[in-house]
Ligand binder design. Structure first.
Ligand code: GLY
Length: 352
């Protein structure tokens, strides 16, 4: 097992390795000795696979475990579901000394984290990611949210988990498409921070060593989150590589494209656009697109620019009338470039 310590205001460990789900109960006991009940939040895909062993581990540690099951998919990440989840917690008598556990992918982690942030003004929660995307990105860093009709993640809070238990055995049951979608976030870290990781992914393809690569990615995430915990204009913004256009593609596709696929399109477009603008070399842009394709990820979209612009301009990363775009300079190094609407349109259009 590998452990990465995240030194945020409320610090915690991310544990990565096989067989960790059985450690859930003992971990809650050790971290929260006063806890009596645990609310296990999961989704309808994950529930039949892992809810029973998770609840068994909690009960064996002397904790009462209730399970709330969300319908799978981004459509569950709503304020209405959040309220339903909070009502469920209240109906089952959860108190501030109890604990929520998010067992699932990004959607489950985001809504559970927000529920933990607001239930009785805040109680602890543990992330147990079951997708690669959640393992390398959304389970770490304390961003919690639900979507509003106006856009993704518009209602949220920063609320750090008390522990992240990443059981790599759970990831081996993922459908291939879900796994490859998560690989977009892994490739993102390589383009942002590490050309050696990029070469490793290029060499090994989707058969890369899960434990080693997840540990590397979480290490990168820890570094930026520790520097800029609340995403206030520092290095954490870099994690949005591919996300400005990606979120627009995801929304315009009516969520037919997954988050990872949409981010892949976003990374490919900004890489080509950066090469067109002379910010990064043509060869690097070609390699980024080539690696995304090697992982079965899309690198283009036929959604019209006007629709994408409308969504990009409502992105919550906008500040005043500028949108911060993360632009590759070379593989392993990117920079944040604020762009006004005209510049944004011109830049993105060159990469479409
Ligand atoms: N997923 C981007 C971040 O945590 O900042």
């Amino acid at each position: 097992m590998n452990a990465i310590h995240v030194p945020t205001g409320s610090p915690y460990d991310v544990c990565i390795g096989p067989g960790l789900l059985s450690e859930l109960g003992p971990s809650v006991r050790a971290l929260y000795p006063k806890a009596v009940r645990v609310l296990l939040v999961t989704d309808s895909t994950v529930e039949p696979l892992f809810a029973a062993p998770a609840a068994d581990s909690l009960r064996a540690a002397g904790l009462a475990a209730d399970t709330y099951v969300l319908p799978s998919g981004e459509a569950s990440k709503t304020a209405e579901r959040l309220v339903e989840l909070l009502n469920f917690a209240a109906a089952h008598g959860l108190t501030r000394s109890d604990v929520f556990v998010a067992l699932g992918g990004g959607m489950t982690g985001d809504i559970t984290g927000l529920a933990a942030a607001v239930y009785m003004r805040g109680l602890p929660y543990i992330q147990v990611p079951t997708t690669l995307l959640a393992a390398v990105d959304s389970s770490v860093g304390g961003k919690t949210a639900v979507d509003l009709p106006a856009g993704k993640n518009l209602m949220g809070a920063f609320w750090q988990p008390g522990l992240v238990l990443c059981d790599t055995d759970l990831l081996s049951t993922l459908p291939e498409g879900v796994f490859l979608s998560g690989c977009a976030e892994v490739i993102k870290y390589a383009v942002l921070f590490d050309s050696a990781l990029f070469d490793r992914l290029d060499r090994d393809g989707p058969a890369f060593d899960r434990e080693a690569v997840i540990t590397q990615c979480v290490g990168f995430k820890r570094d930026v989150v520790a520097e800029d915990e609340r995403d206030t204009g520092g290095r954490r913004a870099l994690l949005n590589l591919g996300h400005t256009l990606g979120h627009a593609v995801e929304a315009c596709s009516g969520f037919a494209l997954s988050h990872g696929q949409s981010v892949a399109v976003g990374m490919a477009v900004v890489s080509r656009a950066a090469a067109q603008a002379g910010i990064c070399g043509q060869e690097d842009a070609r390699r980024v697109c080539g690696l995304l394709e090697r992982f079965g990820l899309p690198t283009a979209t036929d959604i019209p620019m006007d629709r994408l612009m409308e969504k990009m301009l409502s992105d919550k990363k906008r500040s005043g009338n500028k949108v911060s775009v993360i632009v590759p300079e070379r593989i392993g190094q990117c920079s944040v470039r604020p762009m006004g609407p005209d510049e944004l349109r011109q830049f993105m259009k060159a990469g479409l």
